[in-house]
Design a protein around this ligand. Structure first.
Ligand code: NAP
Ligand code: MG
Length: 506
């Protein structure tokens, strides 16, 4: 064995050992169960599935696979909890509970972060940020719970017309794997704040932090108010989102599945909030400060290994700055520390699974076949010690036709696609020429230009000279096929309540 291969072997062992130790500390032993009506129960079928660590490809835990029967029980429990207790809680009580949940998360940031890093592969500094932000969302909605009110409507004398906002009752929620704890918080916090009860299905790839959250807060909530049904999309997600007693569905995931969810909701005329895919443009203007622009684009593209619905995957560079920008951008991408996500220096971890890494690389292959230029990346990183993991090197591609599949579809990995522009109108037309409209970035020192572009781009959120900033209170959601509804803001509570008008003849 050569010295070099020995050191690869050694480093691989160090990573595996580190992950096994972290897993044995952070993840409870034994198969994880469903949480229904305040009890930990096996799935009705007795079936389970495995969730893996995408860095080492080792099994982290076995988890109960819920099916329609479990969903029925969970919805019935949520219904009873709503009718018996939760509907009568005051906003003040719910505020207290949500603040308590926030405190519980803040008290265990490291454990939650470790679990998400093991289960999803995201760098530990990012999963720590997720945990802090998750706690902050609970605090935000704890406060917002106190402000949901109605209005009085001017009318004839002798009459009094007023509106109140009432919760729906049972809310069914389904979340993806890219921000496991954070997506759970985005869903649970506003639903409970508004006075609903919840049945949540986490993604099969990353169920562990939601399980840990429920374990941590089970003594805080009355039985049945929050239920967790782990399992597969078809088997547990579909029965939940089409359940006749679920009065409100909130789904985050791909546009393809979002369409199925919306169709199913039509059967029972159920209200839906959909947070779906994206293919967001980032526009760099000729006056942009190159160093700042590179910083913003690195964050827009490579944060969370490109597994962000908001990822700024279509980069529109003005011809005047392109050369200087590309030189610095390619160097920055090659400099990004790719490696074990449990190490705090790591900036790019593996994708969530081998299957997802292959999907991303399939798009890169297609770009190659279309004769695109791959400026950097385009495969797994060179480091053999990472060979077991689902790693994809930071990749920058240029020369694709904007109509081609790799440009039009969401790649959901660390793959940037570069376009050069000179004519503003033509650039805006291309920037808007996708089915999605989730987010966008604009980089310029000129505020007039920034405003003009922010108005011209069809997107739910436009970041100027920054990216991926989500202050609670700022509405987030998609235009076009990126979704319906806005999360993280005061108006989110409107999505989780319905208006009742009361008209009195005095
Ligand atoms: P996905 O395949 O659509 O899955 C999302 C969730 O839906 C998972 O829990 C999945 O279960 C479940 N599901 C699958 N089929 C279902 C069905 N027929 N009925 C009900 N639920 C079903 O998406 P993903 O691959 O996990 O996540 C990536 C996608 O999410 C990307 O498109 C990304 O842009 C989007 N996303 C959007 C936002 C946003 O706020 N707009 C945020 C984050 C992610 P399984 O786990 O068993 O498949
Ligand atoms: Mg996993």
């Amino acid at each position: 064995m050569s010295t070099e291969s020995a050191s690869v072997e050694e480093r691989k062992n160090v990573i595996e050992q580190r992950h096994r130790e972290a897993a044995s500390e952070a993840i409870p032993e034994g198969p994880a169960k469903l949480y229904v009506d305040g009890e930990w129960v096996e799935s009705a079928s007795g079936e389970t599935f495995e969730t893996r660590d995408p860095t080492t490809n080792e099994v982290l835990a076995t988890v109960a696979a819920g099916t329609a029967e479990d969903v029925d029980r969970a919805v019935a429990a949520a219904q009873s909890a709503y009718e018996d207790e939760w509907a009568d809680t005051s906003a003040r009580e719910r505020q207290g509970i949500l603040n308590e949940i926030a405190g519980r998360i803040e008290g265990r940031i490291d454990e939650f972060a470790t679990i998400d890093t093991l289960d999803n592969g995201k760098p530990i500094r990012e999963s720590r940020a997720d945990a802090y932000i998750a706690a902050d969302y609970f605090r935000y909605f704890a406060g917002a719970a106190r402000r949901t009110g109605g209005e009085t409507v001017p009318t004839e004398s002798g009459k009094h017309v007023e509106t109140i906002r009432e919760p729906y009752g049972v809310v069914g929620q389904v979340i993806p794997w890219n921000f496991p704890l954070l997506m759970a918080a985005w869903k649970i916090a506003p639903a409970l704040a508004a006075g609903n009860t919840v049945v949540l299905k986490p993604a099969e790839e990353t169920p562990l932090s939601a399980l840990e959250l429920v374990r941590e807060i089970e003594d805080v909530l009355p039985d049945g108010v929050l239920n967790l049904v782990t399992g597969f999309g078809e088997e547990a997600g579909a029965p939940l989102t089409s359940h006749p007693d679920v009065r409100k569905v909130a789904f985050t995931g791909s546009t393809a599945v979002g369409k199925e969810v919306m169709k199913a909701a039509a059967e029972t005329i159920t209200d839906v909030t959909l947070e779906l895919g994206g293919k967001s443009p980032v526009v760099v203007f000729p006056d942009a400060d190159v160093e700042r622009a590179v910083r913003v684009v690195m964050l827009a593209m490579f944060y969370n290994t490109g597994e962000c619905c908001t990822a700024g995957t279509r980069l529109f560079l003005h011809a005047d700055v392109k050369e200087a920008f590309m030189e610095a951008f390619v160097a920055a991408a090659e400099d990004l520390t790719v490696g074990d996500p449990l190490e705090k220096e790591t900036r790019l971890g593996p994708k969530v699974s081998r299957e997802q890494a292959e999907r991303t690389l399939g798009f890169v292959e297609e770009a190659r076949e279309l004769d695109a230029t791959i400026h950097t990346g385009g495969g797994a990183p060179d480091d053999e010690a990472l060979a077991e993991g689902a790693f994809v090197a930071p990749t920058i591609i240029e020369g694709l036709n904007h109509d081609s599949r790799p440009v039009q579809e969401e790649i959901f990995g660390p793959v940037e696609e570069v376009f050069e522009w000179t004519d503003y109108e033509a650039m805006i037309e291309l920037a808007n020429d996708v089915d999605y409209g989730l987010a966008a970035g604009v980089i310029t020192e000129d505020l007039d230009r920034a405003y003009e572009a922010a108005h011209d781009i069809e997107a739910g959120t436009v970041w100027v000279n920054q990216y991926n900033d989500f202050p609670p209170g700022m509405p987030f959601g998609g235009f076009k096929q990126s979704g319906i509804g806005r999360e993280n803001a005061a108006e989110t509570l409107e999505h989780y309540t319905q208006t009742k008008s009361i008209d009195i003849d005095l």
